[in-house]
Design a protein around this ligand. Structure first.
Ligand code: AMP
Ligand code: ZN
Length: 122
């Protein structure tokens, strides 16, 4: 827990969120400003700033975090199969577009009718 960290406060319930998943290590919730029909954020409960801080010894918990991604994506509206899928984004650092300094995965997906590639074949 890092004081004044928004995502630490969300993970410990001090700030409300639209939670979709929680276990001992991880917490997932809806992004407050969704960029697509499905836009989840998955965070570790431990405070780690970004992927720039990851070390080889973080591999085990990071692997567990990765394994949650497709489970959460498909449980919360991302479509299965090659026409479906999702996008995984981890903005890292200022030049990487990171605004919240607590590691988070954006899980983005859902049908986007305005995306021509997503439209059914004519
Ligand atoms: P990033 O630019 O990768 O740091 O993304 C931060 C994300 O956190 C943005 O997509 C915001 O919309 C989202 N966000 C900020 N505050 C909240 C909040 N209180 N609850 C849910 N999502 C939030
Ligand atoms: Zn934090």
């Amino acid at each position: 827990m890092s004081e004044n960290c928004l995502f630490c406060k969300i993970a410990n319930g001090a700030i409300p969120s639209k939670k979709v998943y929680e276990d001992e290590e991880f917490f997932a919730f809806h992004d407050i400003n969704p960029a697509a029909p499905v836009h989840l954020l998955l965070i570790p409960k431990r405070h780690i700033v970004s992927l720039a801080d990851i070390q080889p010894e973080d591999g085990a918990w990071l692997g567990r975090m990765m394994a949650l991604v497709p489970k959460l994506a498909y449980a919360h509206g991302c479509n299965p199969g090659p026409q479906g899928g999702f996008r995984l984004v981890a903005n890292t650092g200022i030049e990487g577009g990171q605004e919240i300094d607590h590691l988070h995965f954006h899980i983005i997906g859902g049908a986007r009718p305005w995306d021509k590639r997503a439209a059914p074949a004519a």
